[in-house]
Design a protein around this ligand. Structure first.
Ligand SMILES: [Zn+2]
Length: 252
């Protein structure tokens, strides 16, 4: 192991011993890495500003007994503003948990990094609903992880799902005849088209996602179940997304 320099977002930080933290980092070139930030909780530590979740920084990592230690860091972006608004903070924290679970260890993760970086910057600076950004994030994470749901074409037969479609927790959208056989939750064509568009949307444009109320409600009804079924994670996402949507529906 040689010293290495990585640009990374802090996905998680866990206090360790008296003044250390163990950081889980996501970098475009190396994927997920774990590194100890020694002494970072001391007030004057130069590592303090980069040792908390959401921070994007350049880290110089040095090997120590087979593990990485942060030797230096330079903060590039703290995404400070996302901490000022509870729904945005909640959505961003959920996104980091799912990104951590999906990230490959020690291999490139350029697309995942871009997704995380763009989503954090929009939770911090854009004005579209935090709920919609999280729904879009989860759909894109599913697609990246190889769990792309069927949307405007039936997941069984490939026919159009424009009329009387249902959404299946295993395959995604089903046409009327396949849905009649397998079941699933009735889903409007506009919702399926919104899913298709969000999956195809460049990450840099995620700030444009603002869903009509009816589409958001249908996505809340079908997406968490599909996500849980396919990834085996995120049992809490349904309640979390519904809570976020309710909070954002109230005038501040
Ligand atoms: Zn079909």
């Amino acid at each position: 192991m040689l010293e290495r320099k990585v640009n990374a977002v802090v996905l998680r930080s866990v206090d360790y011993r008296e003044s250390d933290r163990i950081l889980t980092l996501l970098s475009p070139d190396c994927g997920k890495l774990t590194a100890a930030a020694r002494g970072c909780r001391r007030l004057k530590s130069p590592l303090l500003s980069c040792s908390q979740p959401f921070c994007y920084a350049e880290f110089v990592l040095a090997p120590l007994m087979g593990k990485w230690t942060v030797r230096q860091c330079a903060l590039k972006e703290s995404f400070y503003d996302l901490r000022l608004h509870y729904p945005r903070l909640t959505a961003a924290a959920a996104a980091l948990r799912e990104a951590e679970a999906a990230a490959p260890e020690d291999q490139p993760a350029k697309q995942l990094f871009l997704l995380v970086y763009c989503a954090l910057s929009f939770w911090a600076y854009a004005e579209n609903p935090a709920t919609d950004l999280l729904l879009c994030f989860l759909l894109k994470l599913l697609a990246l992880s190889g769990y792309l749901p069927a949307t405007t074409r039936c997941g069984v037969c490939g026919q159009s799902t424009y009329k009387n479609a249902r959404f299946d927790a295993d395959l995604g959208a089903l046409c009327a005849s396949c849905g009649a056989l397998r079941g699933g939750i009735p889903t409007a064509p506009l919702t399926l088209e919104a899913m298709r568009r969000m999956i195809a949307l460049p990450e840099q444009d995620m700030k444009k996602v603002a869903l009509p109320g009816a589409v958001r409600r249908e996505l809340l009804a079908v997406l968490p179940g599909y996500y849980l079924h396919r990834t085996g994670r995120g049992k809490e996402l349904k309640g979390l997304l519904e809570g976020l949507a309710n909070m954002e529906a109230r005038p501040e």
